[in-house]
Design a protein around this ligand. Structure first.
Ligand SMILES: Cc1cc2nc3c(=O)[nH]c(=O)nc-3n(C[C@H](O)[C@H](O)[C@H](O)COP(=O)(O)OP(=O)(O)OC[C@H]3O[C@@H](n4cnc5c(N)ncnc54)[C@H](O)[C@@H]3O)c2cc1C
Length: 582
């Protein structure tokens, strides 16, 4: 049933019309939101082109499921390629108001917290936790932060939590982190957050279930899957007139089909492929395009620059007097495992209803380390050209200077999390750098424009990023030595208690961190053009007409949050902007 519902408007390339009002490039998270909203008007036709396919694998819906890094060259690059894209992520937290206000301060009018809050509410509603969980764990939330029950994405809490979580929560307060009543309006300090799962069926609530399935029979929508958009075509006056497409897996550049758009082409191909398609189409850094023999339509240096992600350190502890049950009991305690399976099979409750966790600390720099003032003054006195990719031009440098000042200011506040430390009863935790200064690149391969783009995260290339992560390891130790945590008798496994000095810890985080937590973004950023921006506050690409971007690549400064919730808000706003101009 789901297959026929989701493919109701799926067509083959030969069935595609020669033109549509709108072409949405990429049927990932943002693409589905925008296709939904644009087809609300039955008189407007929309073609949605997605490289991946429709997936009805049940696992999709279940909760289970370089240099700065000491020359590690093989960073994993996460990219979704399926209808719904990366919206299968389950941790749906928002950034702090300060994060979005920084976007506006970069020169993006209409993109501050108060502008985006209505869009967060338009996308999501919350089902509070069951009373037994709420009371036992003292879970707090604020329904006023969310929309009404009929909004597309449902958020909920699991029906089981591990008791060790209580020690961790208490220990975090003892380590100096301030608890918030909720984290949807105040995403800093210590707070509970829901997952993108339906409360009753405990199935993923994501772009396919929330935005696509309900509208998949609309007559003004066509969906093409297994199809790659190669290029955007431009008229002499630089109006985007159409796209070239080809079936996935066919020889590059052969059997290409052209489809026209009357009103607008919207790029939602994600942080890797939105800039890649722009570059392939002649919109990007001129030097790169010339090296690839691509005629320059617009020299727009920002395309593919400004890459940001949350690099993360992964320290390891063990609890010598752990409370039972704990997350390991699911693998080493047959009785507990059988009980968990029984509950799950009976009514989808119990430990298997846990997604990716529901509580964590977003530790502001002044709480993380007493040395925060000297870190901030180091940031302000750095020669940024030393740490940025050599391809940064004057405009990109000007933009980065502004970004750096905003990050420095946020590092002095207790209303902005510098490090994310989520927990859920297990001694394993990660330390994500929420506001990196290092910047990477996503660039087309000049020897083959159809090959996957070349990604360089430049992770931790700015030494301040490595220092903040090193300080977070020290904070992790402080947390582990609080009275509440000592009850679990933790001992450090990695990086190892013998490493104490900043230098030793910096070296340890450079060797032991990952470059990406699948939050790649910012490669077609909202920012003034003379600051390296790619799109204006109305999301239109500079220098051309009829072409916009509505996905994660528009983020100018990564927020202190996983990216999904923010992408819903961006895409909802994008749809409103597009509707308003047509
Ligand atoms: C494995 C993974 C886990 C994640 N977990 C979480 C989480 O728990 N919480 C959270 O908040 N965030 C999470 N994220 C991040 C978050 O999901 C993404 O930031 C977000 O979904 C990006 O949305 P998007 O619409 O910009 O891009 P995507 O959702 O990636 O969509 C882009 C789509 O464009 C398609 N495409 C690309 N090129 C072309 C082309 N040339 N022609 C046609 N189609 C094309 C792709 O196939 C893809 O489907 C996760 C991401 C991944 C990959």
């Amino acid at each position: 049933d789901i297959v026929s519902e989701l493919s109701a408007r799926e067509i083959s390339a030969s069935e595609a019309k020669s033109s549509y009002d709108f072409i949405v490039v990429g049927g990932g998270q943002a693409g589905l939101v925008i296709a939904n909203r644009l087809t609300e008007d039955p008189h407007k036709s929309v073609l949605l082109v997605e490289y991946g396919y429709i997936s009805t694998d049940p696992a999709q819906e279940d909760p289970s499921s370089a240099k700065g890094l000491n020359n590690q060259l093989n960073a994993t690059v996460y990219a979704a390629a399926v209808l719904g894209g990366g919206s299968t992520g389950m941790m749906l937290d928002r950034g702090a108001p300060d994060d979005y206000d920084n976007w506006e301060k970069l020169g993006n009018k209409g993109w501050g917290w108060s502008d985006l809050l209505p869009y967060f509410k338009k996308a999501t509603h919350l089902v509070p936790p069951v009373p037994s969980i709420a009371n036992e764990f003292n879970v707090t939330w604020d329904l006023s932060a969310y929309g009404p029950k009929n909004t597309p994405i449902e958020l909920s809490f699991p029906t089981f939590m591990y008791p060790g979580t209580k020690n961790q929560y208490k220990g975090m307060i003892e380590a100096g982190v301030t608890p918030q009543k909720e984290g949807a309006l105040h995403a800093y300090g210590l707070f509970w957050y829901p997952g993108a799962l339906t409360a009753k069926e405990v199935k993923r609530s994501y772009a396919v279930s929330g935005y696509y399935r309900p509208i998949s029979s609309r007559k003004n929508l066509h969906l093409l899957t297994g199809t790659r958009v190669n290029e955007i075509l431009f008229s002499k006056s630089k109006r985007a007139t159409g796209v070239t497409i080809q079936a996935r897996g066919t020889p590059d550049g052969e059997n290409v089909q052209v489809i026209k758009a009357h009103k607008e082409i919207v790029l939602t191909a994600g942080f890797l492929h939105t800039p890649h398609i722009l570059q392939r189409s002649g919109v990007g850094p001129a030097a790169l395009l010339r090296a690839a023999n691509i005629p320059v339509v617009v020299d727009l240096p920002g395309v593919g620059h400004n890459l940001q992600d949350h690099a993360a350190g992964l320290p390891a502890f063990q609890f010598n007097t752990d409370v039972t049950p704990n997350p390991d009991s699911l693998t080493n305690n047959a009785t507990f495992q059988a009980w968990a399976d029984e509950l799950w099979a009976a009514n989808r409750t119990g430990p298997r209803s846990i997604g990716v966790g529901n509580v964590g600390a977003w530790i502001p720099l002044p709480v993380l380390t007493p040395e925060y003032k000297s870190i901030v003054s180091t940031i302000r006195s750095q020669d940024i050209t030393e740490y940025l990719p050599s391809s940064y031009d004057r405009d990109l440098l000007a933009g980065h200077k502004k970004q750096r000042e905003l990050i420095a200011a946020s590092y002095t506040k207790t209303t902005s999390g510098a490090i994310e430390l989520p927990f859920g009863g297990s001694p394993a935790f990660s330390l994500s750098l929420e506001h990196p200064l290092s910047r990477g690149t996503v660039m087309l391969d000049p020897t083959n424009k159809y090959a996957e783009p070349i990604v360089d995260y430049h992770s931790l290339s700015n030494p301040v990023d490595a220092l903040v992560l090193a300080k977070s390891v020290q904070f992790g130790r402080k947390w582990m030595s609080t009275p509440a945590m000592r009850e679990l008798s933790p001992t450090e496994v990695a990086p190892g208690a013998a490493l104490q000095s900043d230098e030793e810890l910096i070296n340890a985080v450079r060797g032991g961190s990952i470059a990406s937590t699948a939050h790649g973004c910012c490669t077609a950023a909202l920012s003034p053009r003379n600051q390296g921006g790619v799109v204006s506050p109305d999301l239109l690409v500079y220098g051309v007409k009829g072409l916009s971007v509505g996905d994660v690549s528009t983020i100018p400064l990564i927020t202190g949050a996983h990216t999904c919730a923010t992408v819903y808000a961006i895409a909802e706003k994008a749809a409103d902007l597009i509707k308003a101009r047509h």
